[in-house]
Write a protein that binds this ligand. Sequence first.
Ligand code: TRP
Ligand code: ZN
Length: 864
Amino acid sequence: MQAKYLKDYQAPDYLVDTIELTVELLAEKTLVESKVHYKKANPTATCLILNGEQQKVLSVLLDGRALAASDYLLTDEAMQLDNLPDSFELTIKTEIDPVNNTSLEGLYLSAGAYCTQCEAEGFRKITYYQDRPDVLAVFTTHIIADQSEFPYLLSNGNKVAEQQLSDGRTQVTWQDPFPKPCYLFALVAGDFDCLADTYTTKSGREVKLELFVDKGNLKRAAHAMSSLKTSMQWDEQRFGLEYDLDVYMIVAVDFFNMGAMENKGLNVFNSKCVLADQDSATDADYLSIESIVGHEYFHNWTGNRVTCRDWFQLSLKEGLTVFRDQEFSMDLGSRAVNRIHQVKVMREHQFAEDAGPMSHPIRPESVIEMNNFYTVTVYDKGAEVIRMMHSIVGEQGFQAGMKLYFQRHDGQAVTCDDFVAAMQDANNADLSLFKRWYSQSGTPEVKADIRYSNGTLSVTLAQHTPSTADQQEKLPLHIPVNVAFFDAQGQLLTDIAGGAEQVLHLTQAQQTFEFAVASQPYVSLLRDFSAPVKLSYNYSDEALSCLIPAETSQYTKWELMQALYNKHLLAKITNQNYQFPTVIGDTIKALMADDQTDKALLAEILSVPSVNSLLEIASGATIDAVIDAQKALKNMLASTLQAELQSCYQQNHIGKYQYSQNAIAQRSLANACLGLLAVNAKSTKNITLVELVNQQYQTADNMTDKLAAMSAASIIGGELFAGIIQHFDQQWRGDALVMDKWFAVQARQDVDDILDKIEQLQSHPDFNWNNPNRVRALIGQFAMFNPVQFHHSSGRGYRFLAQVIQKMNAINPQVAARMITPLIQFSKLDDARIQIIREELAKLAELPKLSKDLFEKISKALQQ
Ligand code: TRP
Ligand code: ZN
């Protein structure tokens, strides 16, 4: 299996102006005809190569004349045609089988509805075509089907015709006026309920909004619709960007590999990312739906109107669109809490990717299977890189850069370099060094050294990026380090050159920044996570107890609290007998007592650093020591804060459900308290606390509180948990989306018979190996969020996951490859565990029909 390289990019030999697709939906024998106008673009080209897979070719016509099979060359992956005129029409008719397509890529059936997923390279499973993002064409799509079975026949753009055929079937025709790459093509056919609405753009155009959900689910569609309208308005206000078609459709489907897909005018969504109501969805679900609806909508400009030249440029659209959806959520909700969640993704997942065998820059240089590069690096680190540019040029400068970007590139397929050039040119900024973030992989480490003598404060910053699996040599990057200076009383130092809050631009391996100050200040570093780096600086306990209450950045309060936790967790990891100092509990008590403290922020502060994030920073430690230290910290907090937690719970557990930012914050705080109280209940067998958890489960009028109680009960275990699990099953069986929460809570439970339990759960009527949401809820949650059991020293967790991967390889290669992540990121584990994992990977590598997706990951892992 061959890798493709960025450096080998060549423009397409032929360009397309129009493509007319006719899809006759006939189950296993679905017919697809594509009529395409080609024009030679490269005068030296000698042949046209079309991508195509898993299709039976029925006929090929060149300018209307049938070609013999000997006139073209057919392989498993392509069709090659020679001796072509400079401009011609090619009509290819093929047969495909969407019914047995369990890969959920190309055209497939999702619970009775036909739908498509073409990004990145799924269009080649629908017809023979140049399946690459720099071939832009105007699409016309005819869909032919039985109208009684499939009342809605949808594709991109506007519906321009609908007619009854003589055999009783219906043919509808869609036209998308905007030239687009084929990865943005979509087709949906099915029976749905439709929630319809309208939106009037700022220039006064009325847009039809249609949200299609499974029959009976209308009551869960309102939040997604209102999120869509909010997104449209936000993009107008903040970016000046307006929607461009007359209709915007979203279809929710149950079988989907990822969250959602931004197909032009016809988004297809995982139903998990659409459906929500008070009874069935948590606050986290509501917020995630809002951000994903926003994300796909924002792609209409960043991704669709301006698209990627090639897939190495994926971060051009994804990093930028994630940045936009992050800003959307932050403008609507809590800036600090959103930032915390973003940073956790970086620390717990992206840093681990950098340290593993799949390490790559945000603009990868070589790819075997593109689906493997929809990663936290391309998406989330990509967004961090955009965020740094935003902080370098400021909001106004950034908007000027965006404006120039669209002026230059609307309707084009472009590169990350083009984006940076627009930012640079609009701001007269020099981003030449900054651009290294696009080509260099790995997590930079920034060491700070702060000294004070004779009225001079010296802040020395040194950067170093350890080499990664894909790249040995590393060079210094342009790292913006946001700092603030406080005096010992916690007041911002106003008379310091450059200001009390400023950004230090680290551009060399090491730099010292000097300031004249009357007395020794405390310095808060890397505020707001101003760069995606690991900061190492050993704050004293005194500095932290001064800075945490003093910080004016709410996010940074949390960050400094993490520093306090991490510092003492690391001490505990190296010495089991280490006693946590009282400063930890005292700092939290002070925050809890201060009614100025943001409740949602306090909830975040009450949750201790994850095992993953600790493994990243505890070099040389065993995972057992990390787990023990983390447990010890939880126990310490649960016991020293018990009184405070109980009263905080009572104050914030408001019985009656409301959906507002305030109510969400209160629920999150009460439930964070409940979680720690459950830790206490388990160790002390305190009946009152056990009853508190039970009480919340029984009386909750919303899923947030129900699920929080169920999770708390899973910590306590025993009859309490068993009873709740049984009750929930009775109430929700058959409602698979809700049952996913039930599967997940059980998969995360730290109990020794966990594998037997998971095995039993696989026979539950709602479990289904073909549905990625189910597999992720049960097996994905176990592998990612049950570190104690997954990493059991016997290796049974690893062996279990390997068996699941083998099974999924045959069903759905994309899902299999995503789920293997915890098995390939083993660099921080001990030799004995690594040995077991390697044996499992070696076995998987021998599978007779190993997908490209798994091949790429496993072979890289075994090379480490
Ligand atoms: N482009 C989509 C997004 O970020 C995600 C996506 C890429 C996707 N490939 C996919 C979704 C395959 C589903 C299946 O919004
Ligand atoms: Zn996206």
